[in-house]
Design a protein around this ligand. Structure first.
Ligand SMILES: [Zn+2]
Length: 267
């Protein structure tokens, strides 16, 4: 495994796959997103992280497999949040990837900042891709007038639902991480690297206190149990990880314990 720069995107090679983290856009979460943290706590955690506000970015991942297959994990928000996103298309182009070359669109879940870039004016942006998502995510969004519902409608007939731990080929497996949404899932690459999607919305707020839930979690209690278990596995097994809202140029990290919580460390 090695990290190297390519098209200005953070990349990591694991097994026969090169993973590139593509940043579709970003924004700021309001103070109300973490209701358990009072003003003083929030200010202290942001100061410790060198932030002035609860900044976020919308990460997606391009998977280029040595056998020529191309997967995309999430799509960013596209035009769903106005001009907050939409950079994904240009980043794919910088890798020489046209939308029709994407074989599989693997969705961690169908919130707008992940699914918004999958449709444009109701049409599928990735016309040849199979849509892969956890089975529990389908009923959450089917028929819903939101980016996730529109993505399901646009890609009807080429949707594959998966369970936890399902073999997606190329040493890639699904990792059900329920709570944020019912079918929220991460991905495991061999035994080395995991994508954890939205178990964290703000490392600054949640790594020091993993019980700090986001109001975007459908089921905060389940999401908190999931977050605690996932972070504990990452630190115990020394896994590399990346998250959908991970800030900074370095998009692949490890984790260490720190004062009752956790801290991101360099890979
Ligand atoms: Zn989400």
């Amino acid at each position: 495994m090695s990290a190297h720069a390519s098209s200005a995107a953070a990349t990591w090679r694991v097994g026969g796959t090169e993973i590139a983290c593509l940043v579709d856009g970003g924004g700021r979460f309001g103070a109300d997103v973490f209701p358990s943290a009072d003003d003083e706590t929030r200010a202290a955690r942001l100061a410790a992280a060198g932030l002035e506000a609860i900044d976020t970015v919308y990460n997606a991942y391009l998977l280029r497999h040595d056998d020529g297959g191309i997967d995309l994990v999430d799509t960013g928000c596209g035009t769903a949040f106005g001009d907050a996103g939409g950079a994904l298309a240009g980043q794919l182009a910088a890798f020489g990837i046209a939308p029709a070359q994407v074989n599989r669109l693997i969705m961690t879940h169908l919130h707008g900042d992940h699914a918004g870039g999958g449709t444009r004016d109701g049409a599928a942006v990735f016309p040849e891709a199979e849509l892969v998502l956890h089975a529990a995510e389908l009923p959450r969004w089917q028929g819903v007038d939101a980016p996730g519902g529109r993505l399901l409608a646009a890609m009807a007939g080429r949707i594959r639902t998966v369970a936890d731990g399902e073999d997606l080929g190329r040493d890639l497996r699904s990792w059900h991480l329920p709570g944020h949404t019912p079918g929220h899932m991460g991905l495991r690459f061999g035994e080395d690297l995991v994508l954890v999607a939205d178990i964290l919305h703000s490392e600054a707020m949640q790594l020091p206190d993993p019980a700090c839930a986001s109001r975007y979690d459908d089921d905060a209690a389940t999401a908190t149990r999931t977050r605690l278990a996932a972070l504990e596995e990452i630190v115990t097994r020394g896994l590399l990880w990346s998250g959908s809202h991970m800030l900074g140029p370095g998009k692949f990290a490890r984790l260490t314990r720190d004062a009752g919580g956790y801290r991101r460390i360099a890979p």
